[in-house]
Design a binder for this molecule. Structure first.
Ligand code: GCB
Length: 600
């Protein structure tokens, strides 16, 4: 799916700004074609939750309505007119002038509607019903719990099977864009290390003679280095600047489509010449091993919640560079398209993760996962398989051309130790590899309960990405013991899969910024630093470790529970991005590694 772009043949109008908003409490049913009765102002894009005060507002379970007017001009009506949402969490039902345009399920991927015939010239009323419930049919997964206390009406709570706040609303940009009636629908483009490249263009609208498509390749300076024609083709540039972390050279393919009715459509898509492979227990970029230094992140900022925040996106990339990181995982859902564009531009490597977190029926009431690994029943209980295929297709369709994406993750910490896991995941890993035109490696991220002896999916993964919290959720305070357990377990995984690269997808300790302890006690900045040092020593002793992603880049909001003090505090940076003490240890370690890699 193409990102909406303003070109010489396309107009784009932002619908971001203040919309009318109301939460729907039981019984109310606004009429989609009528203005809301007593709406309150709501910024779009944003999570709605932290904009106003009150627990009932923030933790509302169910439906809410967004509404705004949009004016369509005669010039817009001459074209094909598309209404596009970057993401709505988790379900959306969209009406224009009371007419249902369609529904969308899944809170982290874009969707759009052709409104050429529905939109009228002049004022139109756009109404979006949003539902934020997570259960065993949604991704991420959760549980709806009904509780009756003596003398009180029944309460409904929605418990997430995951450790981040269930922010919701219209969370990413909304726009209207135009295309000619015959238009470029999609572009697949890829470049390889030897300068070969290929393209495949899908058109929409009238059936057409595909010879009327012309393409140009522009180099990073914008000079045209190739001209060709046809809906698909391949060729080779003799001299090419590769895309990598130090030199993120971006090329563009410019596609021009000339239709029989005399109209043209034009679109430019950027791409890189680069290859990802796995060799000798290593992830390789352009044939050279690349050690992944970075974090699991969240889209999470004060007030905006999970809402699109380009200021923080740019800041976060600046901090990643400062600390010497080269990568992050989009834990636990696909991030905004704008963030991936920034990573392409800045040379940050991405593990792109599907929103499949919480696929485990053994979360406790506090939202925490019991790591004993002695469970059954998840794969009968979860009704997510079809939706999981849909989000995988959607994620690949959206992100396939990004050079920054080097590895796909189909899930985080599912019940991969339970019977049925292999049967659930094998088709999904096959699907993602087959949907991806570049056939990038794929994995799923596993948890402590899925030990080398119990894990049912290790052989399905191109890279083993494992999350471990020895020294925190167990062996707490005993870092030598934790390191010994970690090393032993990594060795057992390596024995089981001797040719597979292994990396830590998560490891970390909750740390209250400003809390100090001369004995390096739990929650202190000293403990976090000592914890990361202990893990680092283990990694440095094991040659097959191919990366270290600390949990988490920054502190983030979660549901309330007794293990969380205003959210998860495992950030190396606070929620407002001040460094904790450990940031300076990591900065020194990673920058040294970087200098060594670059032969400095
Ligand atoms: C995990 C989860 C992550 C949590 C983290 C923690 O294993 O993947 O979502 O936030 O642990 O801090 O407990």
């Amino acid at each position: 799916m193409l990102y909406p772009q303003m070109t010489q043949t396309r107009m784009k109008f932002s619908l971001d700004g203040i919309w009318d908003f109301t939460l729907l409490k039981g019984g109310e049913e606004p009429v989609p074609g009528m203005p809301l009765h007593t709406p309150i102002p709501m910024p779009v894009p944003s999570s709605y939750n932290d904009i106003y005060q009150g627990r009932n507002f923030r933790d509302h379970v169910g439906d809410m309505v967004y509404q705004r007017e949009l004016i369509v001009s005669p010039a817009m009506k001459e074209n094909r007119l598309v209404l596009r949402f970057g993401s709505v969490t988790h379900k959306a039902k969209v009406y224009l002038n009371g007419i249902l345009l369609g529904e969308h399920k899944g809170g982290f991927l874009p969707f759009e509607f052709d409104i050429t015939d529905t939109a009228q010239e002049g004022a139109n009323l756009l109404t979006v019903f949003v539902n934020n419930i997570v259960d065993n049919t949604t991704l991420p997964a959760g549980r709806l719990v009904r509780q009756a206390f003596p003398g009180m009406p029944e309460e409904v709570h929605n418990l997430p099977n995951f450790d981040f706040y269930n922010y919701s609303g219209i969370m990413r940009p909304v726009c209207l864009y135009t295309t000619p009636k015959t238009y470029i629908e999609d572009i697949v483009v890829q470049g390889k290390m030897d300068g070969t490249f290929s393209w495949h263009i899908q058109t929409g609208g009238e059936a057409m003679d595909t010879a009327r498509i012309s393409v140009r390749i522009l180099d990073p300076k914008g000079s045209c280095v190739f001209e060709g024609a046809g809906s698909e083709g391949a060729d080779r540039l003799t001299q090419v600047l590769l895309w990598d972390t130090e030199h993120p050279n971006l090329y563009q393919i410019e596609v021009l489509l000339a239709a029989a009715d005399g109209t043209t459509d034009c679109y430019r898509e950027h791409f890189g010449f680069r290859e990802v492979s796995i060799k000798d227990c290593r992830i390789c970029l352009n044939g050279k091993p690349v050690y992944l230094r970075g974090f699991g992140k969240h889209e999470d900022t004060p007030v905006n919640g999970r809402g699109f925040n380009q200021v923080y996106n740019v800041k976060d990339i600046a901090l990643l560079k400062w600390i010497g990181a080269n990568s992050f995982r989009t834990s636990h859902y696909p991030y905004s398209e704008e963030m991936l564009d920034l990573c392409d531009r800045e040379g940050i490597l991405i593990i792109d993760e599907a929103p499949a977190v919480g696929l485990h029926s053994h979360f406790s009431a506090t939202g925490m996962l019991d790591a004993s690994g002695d469970h059954t029943g998840t794969w009968e209980y979860m009704k997510t398989a079809k939706h999981h295929r849909d989000v995988i297709r959607g994620m690949v369709a959206r992100d396939k051309n990004h050079p920054c994406v080097i590895l796909w993750s189909v899930a985080n910490e599912p019940a991969s130790e339970e019977e049925g896991a292999k049967e659930y995941f094998e088709p999904l890993l096959n699907l993602i590899r087959q949907e991806d035109p570049q056939h990038r490696p794929a994995t799923l991220v596993t948890y402590e309960g899925s030990s080398p002896e119990k894990c049912k999916v290790a052989e399905l993964c191109d890279v083993l990405v494992i999350n471990r919290y020895r020294g925190w959720y167990d062996t707490e305070g005993n870092l030598p013991g934790a390191a010994a357990l970690l090393k032993d377990e990594l060795e057992r995984f390596h024995k089981r899969c001797p040719d597979t690269p292994i990396m830590l997808g998560e490891y970390g300790a909750d740390t209250i910024a400003g809390m100090h302890d001369i004995n390096e006690g739990l929650f202190s900045e000293e403990y976090q630093t000592a914890f990361l040092k202990a893990y680092s020593q283990v990694f440095d002793e094991l040659p097959y470790i191919t990366g270290e992603h600390i949990w988490n880049f920054a502190d983030f909001a979660t549901a309330e529970n007794i293990k969380r003090v205003q959210g998860n505090k495992k950030g190396i940076f606070t929620r407002t991005r001040e460094p904790k003490m450990a940031a300076f240890f990591i900065k020194e370690r990673w920058n040294k590694m970087k200098e060594k890699e670059n032969g400095i």
